[in-house]
Design a protein around this ligand. Structure first.
Ligand code: PEP
Ligand code: MG
Length: 572
């Protein structure tokens, strides 16, 4: 019985069969066949088209009732598949030039896609990605390879992948995924965040998982300890059944705190926020006071084209309605780094996390930025919406972004379109260069939220995606505690709201320190609300202040964590 180790990043235990997910990437060479075999090769092409149509029908049927928008993408793919011009060009290449079917398909589809991508209308240009998608489907069938797609799974499985792209997780068939294992990715990678929000047990950073593990192999995934147990014997299975029962018991016990008010043992109130990544309803909003982080990039990543102002306006309005009228902090587009859009090519960068991402990218693409701000401002007429900018590095960033908001406000005024004139504008504090001038930043904004995921990445100069460096990714290091202390006290001094919306806010040990440092607003993944409320309810505020003061004097993160563990256990 073999055991592989990784980082447990979404708590839980799962057992089941594996599904090794490798996205198909075509590798086609220019090649021709001997004259005389034209009909045979044409037939191969036609039969691949028929098989592709069947696959598309199956996907369409499985999505049609629950996600008609996603289903329509596959209906459009079928139209492309049967496009007469494309079929004629492929047929001619096979019949007249004796081109091998895969080469003919690759050449014709790619040429059409290139042509479309150059058209000025973004809606038409976006169709080129669909053409490439259909091309890959036909090429995969011609090469006799099976379909690999996470949006339609035929049975319950544990997924194994090198990494899951945000576009993979966005369309994931949540009902059928029992667990996730990847070779890369740390606790604050987007796969981790999505796994936690879907409550799917996940262990990331398992080296060579896609090579060692096999399709259909039975495993136990211990996402409490970070272990993948291969082909477990009966004793191990029994042991894990008991462990799962204990885990469920603990979850049930913690869940008793879900709908309790967020107060400390001595009755001090704090505010619990929910982090969301889509416009869909989220039942956890019942247990939260506000939405502290609405990651809007998922809206862009789920779409096959750049979302229009109207589409965004509708989505933002829908979020306000789905969140029961509670305040929503909309974070403007945060792409670049590990997040890309399939319909928008960004220049390749050597250090994408230090590159043109998030607010920097939006400031360099004013049309894109203004479209989102127009939609957000218009939605602000329908509920309590705040706007927050990600990846702010300087006071200039704040002023430049606010100037664009002012421009958009004037445009809307001149068009007599209603919006909330007093809309609150805030920033994420996730780069040390802005954290260290928190006093100045506080005077320029209405509020701020600390993104501890990126703040840890940039403070410790450690790639948050690199599973080999997890020991260096220290969100509760003495350096982080000092920097958090500075930000929280400067904002409190200025009387401006300050919250934390990074993963540290959902970590019970982290929240005790944050509360002790003076934080009263924490925004987190829904799956963490119960455990955080349970922990904080067991401490008085003065106890947490003492603990934070003690932690400030400790020299290493390991010692901080040991100290916090003792404190939490003594309050159980
Ligand atoms: C953060 O960096 O802590 C954060 C909340 O933003 P994201 O994880 O989306 O980068
Ligand atoms: Mg961030």
């Amino acid at each position: 019985m073999n055991v592989l180790k990784g980082n447990p990043i979404s708590r839980g235990i799962a057992s089941g069969k594996l599904f090794i997910y490798k996205a198909f990437t075509p590798d086609i060479r220019e090649s021709y066949f001997e004259a005389g075999e034209e009909q045979k090769h044409l037939e191969q092409f036609n039969s691949a088209v028929k098989k592709a149509a069947k696959e598309l029908d199956r996907i369409y049927d499985s999505l049609a009732s629950e996600s008609p928008d996603k289903a329509n993408i596959f209906a459009a793919h079928k139209e492309i598949l049967f496009d007469e011009e494309v079929a004629e060009d492929v047929g001619n290449l096979i019949l007249e030039d004796q081109a091998m079917p895969d080469y003919a398909v690759d050449k014709v589809f790619t040429e059409f896609a290139d042509m479309l991508s150059k058209i000025d209308d973004p809606l038409i240009a976006a169709r080129s990605t669909d053409l490439l998608d259909v091309r890959n489907r036909v090429l995969r069938i011609l090469q006799g390879k099976e379909e690999r797609n996470l949006s339609v799974l035929t049975e319950e499985v544990i997924i194994v992948a090198h990494d899951l792209l945000p576009s993979d997780t966005a369309t994931l068939d949540r009902e059928k995924v029992l667990g996730i294992i990847t070779e890369i990715g740390g606790a604050t990678s987007h796969t981790a965040i999505i796994a936690r929000s879907y409550k799917i047990p996940a262990v990331l950073g398992v080296p060579d998982a896609t090579k060692i593990l096999l399709n259909d192999q039975f495993i136990i995934l211990d996402a409490l300890k970070g272990e993948v147990i291969l082909d477990p014997d009966d004793d191990t299975k029994e042991k894990y059944e008991r462990k799962l029962t204990d885990f469920i018991k603990d979850e049930v016990e913690a869940n008793k705190y879900l709908d309790k008010p967020a107060v400390t043992a001595d009755g001090e109130t704090y505010h619990v926020g929910l982090n969301i990544g889509s416009a869909e309803p989220d039942e956890n909003i019942k247990f939260a006071d506000f939405v502290g982080l609405f990651r809007t990039e998922f809206l862009y990543m789920e779409s096959d084209h750049m979302p229009t102002e109207e589409e965004q306006f509708k989505a933002y309005k829908k979020v306000l309605a789905n969140m029961m009228g509670k305040p929503v902090t909309l974070r403007t587009l945060d792409i670049g780094g590990d997040k890309s859009l399939k319909y928008m090519t960004l220049p390749k960068e050597d250090n994408p996390f230090l590159g043109n991402r998030a607010l920097r990218l939006c400031l360099s693409l004013p049309d894109l930025f203004k479209t989102q701000l127009r939609a957000a401002l218009r939605a602000s007429a329908f509920g309590e919406l705040e706007i927050m900018f990600p990846m702010v590095g300087t006071i200039d960033d704040i002023r430049n972004a606010k100037a664009v908001v002012d421009d958009v406000k004037s445009e809307l005024r001149s068009e007599s379109i209603p919006f909330n004139e007093a809309i609150k504008i805030g920033i994420m504090i996730e780069i040390p260069s802005i954290a260290l001038v928190a006093d100045i930043a506080a005077s320029e904004v209405d509020f701020a939220s600390i993104g501890t995921n990126d703040l840890t990445q940039y403070t410790h100069a450690v790639d948050r995606m690199n599973a080999d460096l997890v020991d260096y990714f220290q969100s509760l290091s003495p350096a982080m505690i000092r920097i958090l202390d500075t930000i929280i006290s400067e904002f409190n001094k200025a009387g401006k709201p300050i919250s934390v919306c990074g993963e540290l806010a959902g970590d019970p040990a982290g929240t005790v320190v944050l509360m002790g440092l003076g934080l009263r607003k924490l925004s987190m993944n829904g799956s963490n609300i119960a455990r955080v409320k349970r922990t904080i309810s067991k401490f008085s505020l003065s106890e947490m202040v003492d603990i934070a003061n003690e932690a400030k004097g400790i020299s290493t993160q390991e010692e901080v964590l040991e100290y916090l563990d003792v404190q939490i256990k003594s309050h159980d």
